[in-house]
Design a protein around this ligand. Structure first.
Ligand SMILES: NC(=O)c1ccc[n+]([C@@H]2O[C@H](COP(=O)([O-])OP(=O)(O)OC[C@H]3O[C@@H](n4cnc5c(N)ncnc54)[C@H](OP(=O)(O)O)[C@@H]3O)[C@@H](O)[C@H]2O)c1
Length: 231
């Protein structure tokens, strides 16, 4: 499959590495066609990898990952060209973090809006699916690095696109369907983006970025809730 990776940081490079090594054709996109980080990625990822501008990569990809800095993702996606996203799934991994005042970062957008929603509004012909933004890069492509069940989320308006991304997350990276929670439409990205405020404090408290969430429910929660309401 032809896959576009927009972003030359650690996330884009790790997703691109895994996908290229699995046999996919990967083009990594940047503001410039000769970005040195992208060139280094291509040199290490092998013959399935190539580099170009954001627009080159988006035109190339049958599916597109947004791995750009969240504070400027809209600028990067505008450079990619709205027409290049038509009818494609855009997997949005970005977080709207502002590090300009140091640690901990704040969110550039929150509460009543999210970056996922802004991207979907900017690119109405793309099928935006927000996922993988709530855990460290290395776990995105290797969930087995942590023991037991732990979860990621999908948010998006197009049910078929979310089902397709859920399948890809399993096929490409090993995520079990039971550990991928569909939160609902793209407005639910508000929840996963705002969860970064917790994620960053957990990283400091635990002393490592290699952790993830598991969600526990009572199997008979519906019944219990009914009893509670009746009394
Ligand atoms: N690090 C993690 O473990 C992790 C986990 C979950 C989610 N995320 C999210 O994943 C995204 C990628 O993170 P990252 O650390 O790999 O990369 P990053 O440093 O946040 O972003 C790098 C990319 O942003 C582009 N960029 C920077 N300034 C720009 C501007 N003014 N206009 C257009 N594009 C610009 C760069 O373009 P050039 O290539 O041209 O320099 C580069 O491709 C972020 O949104 C982050 O919050 C990160």
């Amino acid at each position: 499959m032809r896959i576009a990776i927009l972003g030359t940081g650690v996330v884009g490079q790790e997703l691109g590495r895994k996908l290229a090594q699995s046999g996919h054709q990967v083009m990594i996109g940047s503001r410039t066609a000769d970005n040195p980080k992208a060139a280094d990625f291509v040199a290490r990822a092998g013959s399935n990898a190539s580099q170009g501008t954001f627009a080159d990569a988006t035109a190339f990809g049958e599916v597109v990952f947004n791995c750009t800095s969240g504070a400027v993702s809209l600028d990067a996606l505008r450079l990619a060209g709205a027409e290049n996203f038509a009818d494609k799934i855009l997997i949005d991994v970005s977080n709207p973090l502002d590090f300009s005042k140091g640690m901990p970062p704040t969110l550039t957008i929150c509460n009543t809006n999210s970056l996922g929603e802004q991207i979907q509004k900017e690119l109405p012909r793309a099928k935006v699916v927000k996922t993988l933004n709530t855990l460290n890069t290395n776990l995105m492509t290797n969930p087995a690095a942590l023991p037991g069940d732990h979860v990621i989320f999908v948010s998006g308006n197009d049910q078929d696109a979310k089902a397709q991304v859920t399948k890809w997350l399993g096929d490409w990276f090993g995520w079990q369907p039971r550990n991928i929670i569909d939160l609902g439409d793209i407005t639910t990205a508000r929840g996963t983006e705002m969860a970064l405020a917790l994620w960053i404090r957990l990283m400091v408290a635990l002393g490592t970025p290699i952790f993830n969430y598991n969600i526990v429910t009572a199997t008979d929660s519906t019944e219990k809730n009914r009893e509670h309401t009746d009394t």
